[in-house]
Design a protein around this ligand. Structure first.
Ligand SMILES: Nc1ncnc2c1ncn2[C@@H]1O[C@H](COP(=O)(O)OP(=O)(O)OP(=O)(O)O)[C@@H](O)[C@H]1O
Ligand SMILES: [Mg+2]
Length: 236
């Protein structure tokens, strides 16, 4: 469903992605992991055609309109209400307005429909951005740190939603700094470090490869060992 082959991306003198290759199967939840600045958002931007790579090839198994996108910068209209943000989007994507209330309910924002975005908490805005990303039932969903800065209960709600979307046939591409989340959610993960994918596989398999003596998978310590960074979990 998603394929990258030898992708190179430079910003000026700086080579951010030097040789990135991976694939994501149809119906999979895939997690892209890596320290801050590794190039995760850049990869999403390339896959969603917001940035052009400097080398390599990539492909997406669906039309651009069948993709959903939730970025770190939510791009919501802060003076419009939650519902109107979605109404606008529903109009662009040609989805029935009834989907607006449905998407807001799905992310637990049913009661906040009439509140302007600038009166919502960060977590609420994040969930609204997610509601917008799923309103047209995309076949491929890109989620850039969908649960960063959310309280544990809200994060669990988002996880349930992601599993539900996958069960309905969507392919999910997400980034996270949270290793527990990666183990819990992802069928496969890839670790991005110094412009390349340095480890790939099912979280448990990766842990077994590196830490066969441990019974509880500890992706975090495996990745710290591979990258030398102190922690992949960045609190902003
Ligand atoms: N438009 C741009 N112009 C110049 N440099 C950029 C641009 N976008 C990203 N970069 C640089 O590319 C590198 C990768 O950035 P990117 O945002 O993809 O990292 P990330 O893995 O998403 O990090 P984080 O976990 O903090 O979100 C960083 O060094 C960043 O400064
Ligand atoms: Mg990022």
């Amino acid at each position: 469903m998603i394929l990258m082959n030898n992708i190179v991306k430079r910003f000026g003198e700086k080579t951010v992605l030097s040789d990135v290759s991976f694939s994501v199967a149809d119906g999979e939840i895939f997690g892209l992991l890596g320290p801050s600045g590794a190039g995760k958002t850049t990869i999403i931007n390339i896959l969603t055609r917001q940035l052009l790579p400097d080398g390599g090839t990539k492909s997406l198994g669906v039309e651009p309109l069948q993709t959903g996108l939730m970025l770190e910068q939510d791009g919501l209209y802060s003076r419009l209400t939650a519902a109107d943000n979605l109404n606008l989007f529903a109009g662009i994507y040609g989805v029935p307005k009834s989907k607006v209330a449905q998407s807001l309910e799905a992310v637990g924002l049913g009661d906040a429909a009439k509140r302007p975005v600038n009166k919502l908490s960060k977590g609420m805005r994040q969930r609204l951005a997610l509601a917008r990303a799923i309103i047209h039932s995309p076949k491929v969903l890109f989620l850039d740190e969908p649960t960063s800065n959310l309280d544990p209960n809200t994060a669990i709600g988002i996880h349930k939603l992601i599993f539900g979307l996958r069960d309905n046939g969507a392919t999910i591409f997400l980034t996270t700094h949270n290793m527990d989340e990666a183990v819990h959610l992802c069928d496969n993960v890839a670790l991005l470090h110094k412009g390349k994918i340095v480890e790939y596989g099912a979280p448990r398999e990766i842990c077994e490869r590196h830490e066969s003596f441990k019974t509880v998978p500890d992706l975090e310590s495996v990745f710290i060992k591979l990258t030398g960074v102190k922690s992949l979990e960045v609190k902003e």
